[in-house]
Design a protein. Structure first.
Length: 145
């Protein structure tokens, strides 16, 4: 069996879990650390919220929030119509876990498992960069709220 390709990263944010949660679920802030389509609604994201990107080839990439435990855990399933493989919802996902620590928040980020895809290494490599860059913006945003 192939080794799992799961990006793992974390950041200490000098802000309460409620401020970090706001940065993770309010499209006004999400648009600053992730790319949202122009027509994305402005209300807070919660379980069942979807973001759909139309791809140049006519396909779609879709993220769906499948777990939203307020100020604790946010799990967002990732799907692309470009994938040849059949993947169950949530097998490839973004997982954000918040842990309160002395008035601050440790935000743990997991993205994957890209080993389920034949070109998974490319997705993994791109996600390493995404996690590294997005956590800096999340930290900055939450600490300025």
């Amino acid at each position: 069996m192939a080794e799992k390709l799961i990006v793992k990263d974390e950041v200490l944010i000098e802000a309460t879990p409620s401020k970090v949660w706001e940065v993770l679920t309010n499209p006004k802030y999400v648009a600053q650390w992730d790319e949202l389509p122009e027509n994305y609604p402005s209300e807070h994201m919660g379980k069942g919220s979807k973001v759909v990107w139309e791809l140049p080839n006519g396909g779609q990439t879709v993220t769906t929030i499948i777990k939203a435990e307020e100020m604790k855990e946010l799990k967002i399933a990732l799907y692309s119509s470009n994938w040849d493989e059949q993947v169950d919802e949530g097998d490839i996902a973004y997982l954000y876990q918040l842990e309160e620590s002395n008035g601050n928040t440790i935000l743990a980020i997991q993205i994957g498992d890209f080993s389920l895809l034949k070109n998974g290494q490319d997705y993994y490599d791109a996600s390493v960069e995404f996690a590294s860059e997005s956590k800096k913006v999340m930290k900055e945003l939450a600490e300025s709220l």
